[in-house]
Ligand binder design. Structure first.
Ligand SMILES: Cc1cc2nc3c(=O)[nH]c(=O)nc-3n(C[C@H](O)[C@H](O)[C@H](O)COP(=O)(O)O)c2cc1C
Length: 337
């Protein structure tokens, strides 16, 4: 096996990445995503201090396995020494890449000057990276938004310059500002502006739900890779679709409802193996929501899904889902009957 990331040049080689998503991208999720062609996976964000204090719950969020590579671990914080110590521990836990969260928009995080709030403080980002990069051997990357708000005077581009000067390994850009949260659309012009000043590879992110979306992201912005997030929740087929579309311009046939149901069952089997039945019955509820979205009767399936307490109950719901048809609507994907 070749190098899984370019450690010598401390950068990333992967073109199709799975995004970190809190409460979503656990080990079971990553196992399925990898089977469907995800080239590098990320754990959800964790705070620097609980990592350094080796908090049990935080370490559970970082649970990994021998097959779970290449793997990025993402950390959020603002104190350089603490971030450097957290990076050392994440490397020890098996991270092949350490990503710094400069995009989280939630008040609890930005009010502490972390996540997207750091986009207003390029010099602080520099101090954080200067402490972290020499602390580990693996690449240190950042994941950012296109500013705190529209009137930022391009300060986010200063973050990009500073990060480049520090030797950042890659820059993922979600084309929304903090103020936008998840409203509007990913701004390709702003991502292009990042690409124009960046010295490290730039990964485009935001609203990629089809292979054609990924191609448009690359053509509009000149980015070096794409990161898939909500579009792959309940639809791991997206990894293959993006790969095939970028290589050939063709799209593989979409999965049938029974095929979707089978992957949902597989997700549950993986969760049972990794976490045991009680925990699997709790964590499958959210996953079921993703998979049944757009199916006839999905509201009722979701509502009953929230009360799943045994594998038998879960299997009965999936049988029902497998026999349902699929309504074409909005962003939902047409499925073969
Ligand atoms: C439920 C949820 C949790 C997320 N958690 C994280 C996180 O922990 N770290 C992070 O950098 N981004 C997080 N994000 C943002 C995504 O990684 C991604 O940047 C964003 O959803 C835009 O991409 P999309 O339009 O393809 O979904 C989260 C998004 C969602 C919907």
């Amino acid at each position: 096996m070749g190098e899984i990331v370019d450690v010598k040049h401390r950068t990333l080689k992967q073109k199709i990445l799975q995004s970190p998503m809190a409460g979503c991208t656990d080990l079971a999720y990553r196992k399925i995503a990898r089977r469907f062609g995800c080239q590098i996976a990320f754990t959800e964000m964790v705070k620097d201090r609980p990592v350094v204090e080796r908090n049990r719950k935080t370490f559970e969020m970082l649970q990994t396995a021998e097959w779970d590579h290449p793997l990025g671990m993402q950390v959020v914080g603002r104190e350089p020494a603490l971030m450097a110590e957290a990076a050392r521990i994440l490397e020890e836990l098996g991270a092949d890449v350490i990503d710094v969260n400069l995009g989280c928009p939630v008040p609890k995080v930005v009010n502490q000057g972390c996540g997207a709030a750091l986009l207003k403080e390029p010099a602080q980002v520099g101090r954080i990276l200067e402490a972290m990069i020499p602390a580990v051997k693996v690449p240190v990357t950042i994941k950012m938004r296109t500013g705190f708000d529209e009137g930022d005077d391009g300060r986010f581009l200063e973050v990009v310059r500073v990060a480049g000067a520090c030797g950042v390994g890659a820059i993922t850009v979600h084309g929304r500002t903090q103020k936008q949260m998840y409203r509007g659309f990913s701004n390709h012009d702003a991502i292009r502006a990042v690409k124009e000043v960046a010295t490290a590879p730039v990964i485009g992110n935001g609203d990629i739900r089809t292979g054609a979306d990924a191609k448009r992201m690359i053509e509009d912005t000149g980015c070096d890779g794409v990161m898939l997030a909500r579009g792959a929740l309940g639809y791991p087929w997206l990894y293959r679709e993006v790969e095939q579309y970028l290589a050939t311009g063709s799209v593989p046939p979409p999965p049938t409802v029974p095929e979707r149901a089978e992957v949902l069952r597989e997700h549950f089997r993986v969760q049972r193996e990794l976490y045991g039945d009680a925990m699997a019955c709790r964590t499958i509820r959210r996953v079921l929501h993703w998979f049944v979205k757009g199916a006839a009767g999905s509201a009722s399936l979701r509502e009953r899904g929230n009360r799943v307490e045994s594998p038998e109950q879960f299997e009965a719901l999936v049988d029902e889902f497998a026999g349902s048809h699929y309504e074409e609507s909005g962003l939902e994907r047409p499925l073969r009957a």
